[in-house]
Design a protein around this ligand. Structure first.
Ligand code: TSJ
Length: 646
């Protein structure tokens, strides 16, 4: 451990005395350098940073319970039943080791010799950074004899480490309040964000019990327990259950292995479902490697090879047949890859790509050996997997044919734009907009109300395609989606080219009811799956038509929420007339322009990639074959989803 960063040594700190250590001042000056952002992400990152330490203790084999509580005032309390952060005097710093942990930059983890730190946040900082960015932080250590306590404020020691009582228990508790001076946007935690992350950590660390409690509202205490003996196998089961996906074989397949010398270990779990989507989630030292890396590369390479070898050996692929592509064998596959590496190298701009070259061989080797044996020993499952790959391969050929057909048609017909499209005059995407409108009457009002210079209208009609169950070839033939594809001009799938997008803004305009919500979700799901960059680059918007028109003395006011309606009614007081719009079709062209389409006055929601991903998930739940998760979803969202027929 490096202690030379500490600016005083051997000192006794008097309570109340303010000691600023150079390192921590730097953290407060440039918080972004240490936690990425001081927005909500950075705020939640503080919690992960603290919890990671308890997870390390669990990985070392000394802790099996971690409790995370959100207290009133958005104070966080994390408690574990590990050995307790060491309280002895640190040999070089001359102060208690626990104090070093919170006051010296990079002091997390590795003291005591045996510490094998594998977890750690995105930016690999530590508890001292959390301390520096907290208005106050208190630590309590229980070593089986005494309870120790120390308090810090904005990184400064406020009280010395002192014994505050006896105990027979062991463990560590950290309580902290994120500093509003640093987290200017918000210091309010989102329960679901913490829930998702803690559940994920429980999957990745089999057998560790993690609890989350929200105690901010006395009348509404929320609590979740996560403990998965099955580890990442349970993770795969959870994903399939949550997404209401039907599985192709009963059991999740899983393998694990280590490198000689124990410098790294890998666990792999996967299962096929009957959808056409591939979902591979990879982790290195419990960090989600969003950009993949050597572990994912090794998995993909070996996975494709093993299945091709098997299919050749048993003549399921004949002499003249092409090998399956990676996409073919991964269609409908959900896989989790989790590796623990002693010296993990994270690469790329966001440091979410694993770079250690030896890991590719580790994962490849595990699959080559164990998956090959598995297929030999489970011929029925092997057959199901190969058949799925054959069907994927055929569908890919069919999609290519369908695409070529569309291309040829497009080339032949001079007017290749959809017949129902009312195009705009400008062809400069910097200023053009397309309204995708559900319903013919609304489409009519929109056409008449628009500014035809830059606003195009595409009414949607025809039968909805279940995008969840659709491969590309189905999308190519679909009468509802094809006009959207041709109107936007940028293609889908392999053909996709963002530079050909014909409109800068793609605006979904649908009623504010359940059917409207359904069509919005469908379109978002479609864009998310088949034109993701259009979403990523912020081209998708949702129009916000008003819910009410309030009239008084021939003057009209529009309200977009119930709250707005009440405020307007209060302001106007007496003799008003309220019209509740049931659909876009009830507005005439002028009203629609004024309230929803005029750039000067309209309200629009810009869709983020996250919104689209949520829509994708929601859609999967609503459209899936399984009844249970659907009911659960509707119950949870009952307040938002009214009048829904179940
Ligand atoms: F982040 C933190 F430091 F504030 C923190 C540390 C927060 C929480 C909630 C827990 C912990 C933590 C640290 N729990 N358990 C430990 N264990 C050690 O620090 C520890 C104990 C003993 C030995 C040893 O070698 O005897 C080594 C270590 C790393």
């Amino acid at each position: 451990m490096e202690i030379n960063e500490i600016s005083q040594s051997g000192g006794k700190y008097g309570a109340g005395e303010i000691q600023v250590l150079e390192g921590l001042e730097a953290v407060r000056k440039r918080p972004g350098m240490y936690i990425g952002t001081t927005g909500p992400r950075g705020l939640h990152h503080l919690v992960y940073e603290i919890v990671d330490n308890s997870i390390d203790e669990a990985l070392a084999g000394f802790c099996d319970e971690i409790n995370v509580e959100i207290l009133p005032g958005d104070v966080i309390r994390v408690t574990d039943n590990g050995r307790g952060i060491p309280v002895g005097i640190h040999p070089t710093a001359g102060i208690p080791a626990v104090t070093v942990v919170f006051t010296v930059l990079h002091a997390g983890g590795k003291f005591g010799g045996s510490g094998y730190k594998v977890s750690g946040g995105l930016h690999g900082v530590g508890s001292s950074v959390v301390n520096a960015l907290s208005e106050w932080l208190e630590v309590e250590v229980r070593d089986g004899k005494n309870i120790y306590h120390q308090r810090f404020e904005r990184g400064n020691i406020k009280s010395d480490l002192e014994v505050v009582g006896p105990t027979s228990k062991k463990g560590t508790t950290i309580v902290f309040k994120a500093d509003p001076e640093i987290f200017k946007e918000t210091t309010v935690y989102d329960y679901e964000t913490l829930q998702t992350r803690l559940r994920e950590q429980a999957f990745l660390n089999a057998g560790v019990k993690i609890t989350l409690k929200d105690l901010r509202d006395n009348d509404n205490v929320i609590e979740d327990d996560f403990k998965y003996e099955g580890g990442i196998k349970s993770f795969v089961e959870y994903i399939h259950k949550k997404r209401a996906l039907e599985v192709v074989h009963d059991n999740v397949i899983s393998f694990s292995g280590v490198l000689p010398g124990n410098s790294a270990s890998a666990e792999i779990a996967f299962q096929y479902n009957d959808s056409y989507n591939e979902l591979i989630l990879s982790f290195a030292n419990n960090i989600h490697t969003m950009d993949g890396g050597t572990h994912e590369d090794g998995f993909k390479r070996a996975f494709t090879r093993v299945i091709n070898d098997y299919a050749r050996k048993y003549n399921l692929l004949k002499d003249g047949d092409r090998n399956f592509s990676g996409e073919d064998v991964r269609e409908g596959l959900t896989a989790i890859i989790s590796v623990k590496v002693r010296n993990a190298q994270f690469e790329g701009q966001t440091k979410t790509r694993l770079g250690n070259t030896e890991i590719k061989g580790l994962v490849d080797g595990i699959l080559a050996d164990k998956f090959t044996t598995y297929l030999e020993e489970n011929p029925a499952i092997a057959k199901a997997i190969v058949e799925k790959a054959i069907s994927a391969s055929r569908a890919r050929d069919a999609a290519k044919k369908a695409r070529d057909l569309v291309r040829r048609k497009t080339a032949m017909e001079s007017a290749s734009l959809p017949g129902k499209l009312a195009d705009c005059q400008s062809n400069n995407p910097e200023e053009t907009e397309i309204y995708i409108v559900e319903g013919d009457s609304a489409g009519g009002s929109a056409k008449n109300g628009r500014d035809r210079k830059f606003q195009a209208i595409l009414p949607l009609w025809g039968k909805m395609l279940n995008v969840e169950k659709a491969r590309l070839d189905k999308v190519y033939g679909n009468e509802k989606l094809m006009p959207v594809i041709t109107a936007l001009g940028c293609g889908i799938g392999e053909e996709f080219d963002l530079s050909k997008l014909r409109y800068g803004k793609v605006i979904i305009m649908a009623d504010a009811d359940v059917d409207g919500s359904h069509i919005r979700t469908l379109l978002l799901t479609f864009f998310f799956r088949f034109m993701r960059p259009v979403v990523e680059q912020g081209h998708i918007y949702i129009a916000q038509p008003p819910l009410y028109r309030i009239s008084k003395n021939k003057k009209h006011f529009y309200a977009y929420t119930d709250e707005e309606r009440d405020n307007i009614l209060k302001d106007l007081s007496g003799n008003t007339e309220i019209q509740r719009y049931k659909g876009l079709g009830e507005m005439d062209a002028e009203q629609l322009w004024e309230t929803t389409m005029n750039p000067e006055t309209r309200i629009m929601l810009k869709v983020s990639l996250e919104d689209a991903a949520v829509a994708d998930e929601t859609f999967t739940i609503l459209m899936g074959d399984k009844v249970e998760p659907r009911r659960e979803f509707i119950e949870q969202n009952a307040k938002y989803v009214q009048n829904l027929d179940v």
